[in-house]
Design a protein around this ligand. Structure first.
Ligand code: ACO
Length: 402
């Protein structure tokens, strides 16, 4: 009748599972994935339905509070988000303090970490009101931080948030608007960006979310935990893949669109050559998010009248890979990052901002997972064991004898 962890503790055995390929770190009621069938659901709702019918702010509410909001609840939630979009004036000095060419993900994680210094009244993880206000502050301020990081990098003035606008529209205006020129928001672009954020909003115990939970398990505050998640997302095997995909497509394009030659190099496992945007730890089937993004990419390029040879190239690459034994045997399919870069580029975002967009989308998931963990009476500090492979006991020798 002993559970596995008690059994292992009592017998002194540990499981060795590098990369946690088969080890669950928690129970969770937020997101369901069936990787073989290519199914993703938030709180039971299929991702395809949410992408088509819901909105990012509504999905944030769903993930954090567990149910879709009534219209009064949604209005209240949106109102609270609007109230907190401004950053403290002194916070602005932060952006000019970094080198202009700093990667925006590095700026973002530093800025999120700095929220703990500016908003000291919401740091106590055991106080539900403080947890709630820090959640709202993060959702409200992350787009402002992301837009300010971008504006600073291109030497343009920072725009204050305009709270008469919706969440996505406000972010687009702060990113692309100028104080001297009225900024016209393309509602179709705003709709697609909103949908992309919905698709990214949670993905159960991925690398960054596990990081957020691990840091939070020490009772670190929500800002500190989320900034650690941003850092985990930065890596090219995780959120950084959307940037890496676009750079890969550009390199292949410059090499005369030699798709077959590139695929040969991937299969030969040349160091550093991977088909970025392909493969996933959990999906052994087409990533359902990638299917939605692929369709949207074509629609956005058509709407903007901006055909991009990189989209045709990506589609050819996908076709070649899906018909090649190497990828078929390993069950490697496009993941969410394979097509997003082409859309973000068409919307006008620079390549190094793509992972920041992923972070904006993933934020509600990080918050929901952190809160679920904190509310769990069985919460224990995350502390994996190891299998020691070093030297047996030996004795110190003075430096002259070594
Ligand atoms: N290109 C070429 N070969 C690949 C790729 C790829 N993109 N992905 C996996 N493989 C191969 C591996 O070399 C390995 O081959 P082997 O059995 O001959 O050794 C096999 O497929 C299994 O791959 P693993 O690396 O063991 O799979 P793992 O679950 O550890 O890694 C990961 C998953 C990191 C996503 C991997 O597929 C990858 O590096 N993909 C490219 C980066 C990427 O797109 N990341 C985004 C992931 S989605 C996200 O975070 C939103």
């Amino acid at each position: 009748g002993l559970d596995i962890s008690t059994l292992l503790k009592e017998t002194g055995y540990v499981t060795l599972d590098p990369g946690f390929v088969n080890t669950a770190s928690c129970t969770s009621a937020i997101t369901y994935i069936d990787g073989d069938a290519g199914i993703l659901r938030y709180r039971g709702y299929p991702i395809e339905e949410l992408a088509e019918r819901s909105s990012f702010v509504e999905v944030a509410y769903l993930l954090i509070y567990g149910e879709l909001p009534t219209s009064a609840q949604l209005e209240d939630f949106e109102g609270r988000i609007r109230e907190h979009t401004l950053l403290h004036e002194d916070f602005k000095a932060f952006f000019s303090g970094f080198p202009r060419d700093a990667h925006p993900m590095a700026v973002l994680s530093s800025a999120v970490s700095a929220l703990s210094t500016f908003y000291q009244d919401s740091l106590d993880p055991s106080d539900p009101d403080q947890v709630d206000i820090s959640s709202i502050r993060l959702i409200s301020k992350l787009p402002t931080i992301a837009a300010y990081a971008y504006k600073t990098s291109i030497g343009q003035p920072l725009l204050y948030p305009d709270n008469s606008l919706g969440y996505i529209e406000n972010f687009l205006r702060m990113s692309f608007g100028l104080p001297t020129v009225p900024y016209e928001i393309d509602p179709e672009i705003a709709r697609v960006l909103d949908m992309l954020f919905v698709l990214h909003a949670d993905h159960e115990q991925n690398c960054s979310t596990s990081t957020v939970r691990m840091v939070g398990s020490s009772q670190a505050n929500l800002f500190s935990s989320v900034s650690a998640g941003v850092n985990a997302l930065f890596g090219p095997l995780h959120g950084g893949a959307n940037q890496a995909v676009l750079e890969m497509l550009e390199r292949i394009h410059q090499n005369g669109d030699d798709v077959d030659g590139f695929v040969r190099r991937v299969k030969a496992k040349e160091p550093g050559v991977k088909l970025m945007g392909f493969g996933h730890r959990v999906y052994r089937n087409y990533d359902p998010r990638a299917a939605v993004v692929k369709k949207a990419t074509r629609e956005v390029l058509d709407r903007l009248g901006k055909p991009d040879p990189l989209l045709d190239l990506a589609m050819r690459l996908e076709e070649v890979a899906l018909n090649d034994d190497y990828f078929v045997e390993r069950k490697l399919y496009p993941n969410v990052d394979f097509y997003t870069g082409v859309i973000y580029k068409a919307m006008g975002f620079p390549t190094n901002a793509f992972t920041v967009l992923f972070a904006l989308g993933r934020l509600p998931g990080w918050i929901a997972q952190w809160r679920e963990m904190m509310a769990d009476p069985a919460l224990k500090i995350g502390r994996p064991r190891q299998v020691y492979t070093g030297s047996p006991e030996r004795h110190y020798t003075g430096i002259e004898k070594r």
